[in-house]
Design a protein around this ligand. Structure first.
Ligand code: NAP
Length: 495
């Protein structure tokens, strides 16, 4: 399908194949509430599917199923767990176009980008299928010589995984794959706006041979009431959340009551620094990726372009030219590079941030308006001369708006970059090696792109500092979020 036009029939056939019930204990079941959720296409505003709306009782049922399956899954050989994940990876490659199209339909991203997410999201399955058999421990003599110390790692236990709408597949696989590899069972709650990809993925895991109850999916329009009994259940041992910092903070408070292990992948406000010694072509290409990928709706999206005053005008001119060439439309149409924003609220937010920046002295180089008509579209926008105090420098824009702030010297750039409570990722463009190395140490972010505009990789630890989160997903670190460390002391066998 990748190069063929996407037809209405193909869309309808795919949507008809997506389960519309809850997945609990290996069965597709109706919600006890009897209610349903309408899922819409943000490019048209039309309903594309109607699915089960879980009640708190369904949350408890999912908890029961995850708890019942935990002991057997933990006892399943790591190689077997890994092979199921590897089969899921293979099946995902076979069904890549379906998953990509489904994400385009429910979330809006251009089909080519959705294919990229299938690749990225799939890599977590492959990576953690390999990590499942590399959970190592250690054995040693204690410092006194009187005993032998054993350190081993065991699954944390049933885990609750809450995911956002912006990367419907990758945010799910980034949690599900390490949890399952580690031997944990899970309950997944996808975002209300984009639940279909997770439902189809649960079906794929079932096809890959995942035993009943190891993964359970609850879709709901009442996230907090369905989550409450799960989070307060003593059988739950872990919460992994990706979403906004505000919701993360409230979930951390709830998790404290059960002293749950938590992983928090929260909001960002990424600085993108362009020094006067940067290769401007590289910086402009990096900027387009860091800003406009996923229609600007990424936690890693560059939010503040901090550009040396001597190159700010030229940088603005070149990115404006690139932005002029972007093509806005429904993500299923060929050549489209910018889809819709997720909903009306996202358009209103972009509008407010741009208006505020302009009222404080910024200039609109291109764009700056919502697009009238069907769907929730916003023009790709470049703002120059954004001034201190503008709301756009404090808030995640989550839209296709590129804001340029000039700086004077390295200390000024670092101070501006770190002037935020967030610390997920930063981007630095410089051809000066020592300067790049200084920025690695002075930028208060969990990740940094040095002369690149995208950093995400299944083999690397993804996560933030400050209010951007706790813990890491991916890399060799990712599986440890789902493992307890157990230490055992035995006497000296010679005495
Ligand atoms: P959100 O509003 O915080 O929602 C995230 C998830 O939490 C959704 O599944 C949501 O369900 C659920 N939720 C909301 N309130 C809840 C509650 N009281 N109890 C339990 N669950 C609750 O965030 P979003 O708008 O979907 O996603 C955008 C945010 O995610 C941005 O801030 C972005 O930076 C962040 N993000 C971070 C990363 C990262 O790795 N650091 C990656 C991607 C996105 P409903 O959909 O039903 O409300």
């Amino acid at each position: 399908m990748t190069n063929a036009p996407i037809t209405a029939d193909a869309e309808a056939a795919l949507l008809a194949s997506v389960p519309n019930q809850l997945f609990i204990g290996g069965e597709w079941v109706d919600s006890t509430s009897g209610r349903s959720i309408a899922v819409t296409d943000p490019a048209t505003g039309r309903t594309i599917a109607t699915i089960a709306d879980a009640s708190p009782e369904d949350g408890v049922r999912a908890m029961d199923a995850a708890a019942a399956a935990q002991a057997d899954w933990a006892a399943t050989a790591p190689r077997v767990r890994g092979e199921i994940l590897r089969r899921a990876f293979d099946l995902l490659q076979e069904r890549a176009d379906d998953f990509a199209l489904l994400m385009t339909l429910e979330m809006g991203k251009p089909f080519a980008e959705a294919r990229g997410e299938v690749t990225y999201g799939g890599e977590f399955l492959r990576w953690f299928s390999e990590e499942a058999v590399r959970i190592s421990g250690r054995y040693g003599i204690n410092p006194e010589g009187s005993g032998r110390m054993i350190v081993t790692h065991l699954p944390v236990g049933p885990s609750y995984l809450i995911t956002p709408w912006n990367f419907p597949l990758a945010m799910a696989t980034r949690k599900i794959a390490p949890a399952l590899a580690a031997g944990c069972t899970a309950i997944v709650k996808p975002a209300e706006l984009t639940p279909l990809t997770t439902l189809l993925f649960a079906k794929l895991l079932d096809d890959a041979g995942l035993p009943a109850g190891v993964l359970n999916v609850v879709t709901t329009s009442t996230a907090s009431t369905v989550s409450e009994p799960i989070l307060s259940d003593p059988r739950l041992r872990k919460l992994s959340f990706t979403g906004s910092t505000a919701v993360g903070v409230s979930l951390l408070k709830q998790a404290a009551d059960g002293v749950l292990r938590t992983s928090m992948e929260l909001g960002g406000n990424a600085p993108f620094i362009v020094f006067d010694d940067a290769d401007l072509d590289k910086a402009v290409d990096g900027a387009m990726l860091a800003k406009f990928r996923n229609i600007g709706q990424a936690c890693t999206a560059a939010n503040r372009f901090i550009v040396h005053e001597s190159v700010a005008d030229e940088f603005a001119r070149r990115v404006t030219e690139k932005v002029r060439a972007l093509s806005v439309g429904r993500g299923t149409e060929s050549g489209v590079t910018i889809g819709p924003l997720i909903n009306e609220a996202a358009v209103a937010k972009a509008n407010d941030l741009v208006s505020d920046a302009v009222s404080r002295g910024a200039t609109v180089a291109i764009g700056g308006h919502a697009i009238d008509g069907e769907g929730t579209f916003y023009e790709p926008t470049v703002l120059t001369g954004v001034t201190a105090g503008s709301d756009i420098l404090r808030n995640e824009i989550f839209g296709p708006v590129l804001s340029i702030i000039p700086f004077t010297d390295e200390a000024d750039a670092v101070a501006k970059a770190n002037d935020t409570e967030f610390g997920l990722v930063g981007y630095v463009f410089t051809e000066n090696l020592a300067r790049g190395q200084r920025l690695i140490e002075s930028l208060q972010t969990g990740m940094m792109g040095l002369n690149v505009g995208v950093v995400s990789n299944a083999g690397a630890p993804f996560g933030g500092m400050k209010q951007s989160g706790i813990g890491r997903e991916g890399g060799s670190e990712g599986i440890h979020e789902y493992l307890e460390t157990k230490y055992v002391l035995t006497p000296n066998p010679f005495s």
